[in-house]
Write a protein of this length. Structure first.
Length: 80
């Protein structure tokens, strides 16, 4: 059975998870590439077709659990 059918309200796209938790989208994608959160295939009926195809979904409870310990770090200035 497809996870999107089991938990339709818990699976969100990166931009939705970022809005809900305050964690930037690149950090969420980095967590997924490191195996800290699972990736799920999105529903093709919800692809926008406007050049922005949201194909990857994430489980919001997993991201919320990691977001509880997330701290923003200041960025280093680039050398001129």
């Amino acid at each position: 059975m497809d996870p999107t059918e089991l938990y339709p309200k818990d699976l969100v796209y990166a931009h939705e998870a970022a809005a809900a938790t305050g964690v930037p989208e690149p950090v969420i994608r980095k967590w997924a590439s490191r195996g800290k959160v699972a990736r799920y295939k999105g529903d093709p009926r919800h692809y926008s077709g406007q050049g922005h195809e949201y194909k990857t979904m994430y489980a919001l409870p997993e991201i919320e659990a990691l977001a509880a310990g997330y701290k923003r770090t200041p960025q280093r200035a680039r050398a001129a």
